[in-house]
Design a protein around this ligand. Structure first.
Ligand code: ZN
Length: 183
């Protein structure tokens, strides 16, 4: 049994469970494996993720990738927060392969996070790998720590946004992005 597995077994025992009962025998192992997957973003390298999928392009118009779903864990409760991420950027000679946006979102989602920081990290990563003139990232999510416990509110949604470069300095660019994603 790995260290993480035995820690999960201790958690079960502390919760008053019988760790020997059939349904729980492999639970520490499964929980450890699941948690390692859900936090695999810590060991993901941005440049490996992008893997040279940055292509020369003379398109300098806004590119928007909308509705990238993600599953993260809040760092305060280690409970899921689940939502969608919208990314827009203004290329400056280079465009990024479409699937790489989803991989960047997963890289930062699969960690213990707060939504505000995740939004910023995604924006900075897109800026870093593309050298774009500007980037906007909007994340909308529901937080299980608010739904299942605490105030137990089921229908609130948190929206965070980070605007950099032209998206920050130019209201028309920001408005175009908002319009394209339907906000
Ligand atoms: Zn929380």
């Amino acid at each position: 049994m790995s260290n993480l597995e035995s820690l999960y077994q201790q958690v079960l025992a502390e919760l008053g469970e019988n760790v020997e009962r059939e349904g729980l025998l492999d639970t520490p192992k499964r929980a450890a494996k699941a948690m390692q997957f859900l936090t695999s973003g810590y060991t993901t390298d941005l440049h490996e993720v992008v893997n040279n999928a940055v292509f020369t392009s003379d398109n300098d118009e806004m590119v928007v990738v909308q509705g990238i779903e993600f599953y993260s864990l809040c760092e305060h409760h280690m409970l899921p927060f689940i939502g969608r991420c919208h990314i827009g950027y203004l290329p400056s000679g280079k465009v990024l392969g479409l699937s790489k946006f989803a991989r960047i979102v997963d890289m930062f989602g699969r960690r213990l996070q707060i939504q505000e920081n995740m939004t910023k990290q995604i924006a900075e990563a897109v800026e870093e790998v593309t050298g774009c003139r500007g980037v906007g990232v909007i994340v909308e999510a529901q937080h299980m720590c608010m739904m299942m416990r605490g105030v137990q509110k089921q229908n609130s949604m948190m929206r965070t946004s980070v605007m950099k470069g032209d998206f920050r300095s130019n209201a028309a660019t920001r408005d175009e992005f908002m319009r394209l994603i339907g906000l």
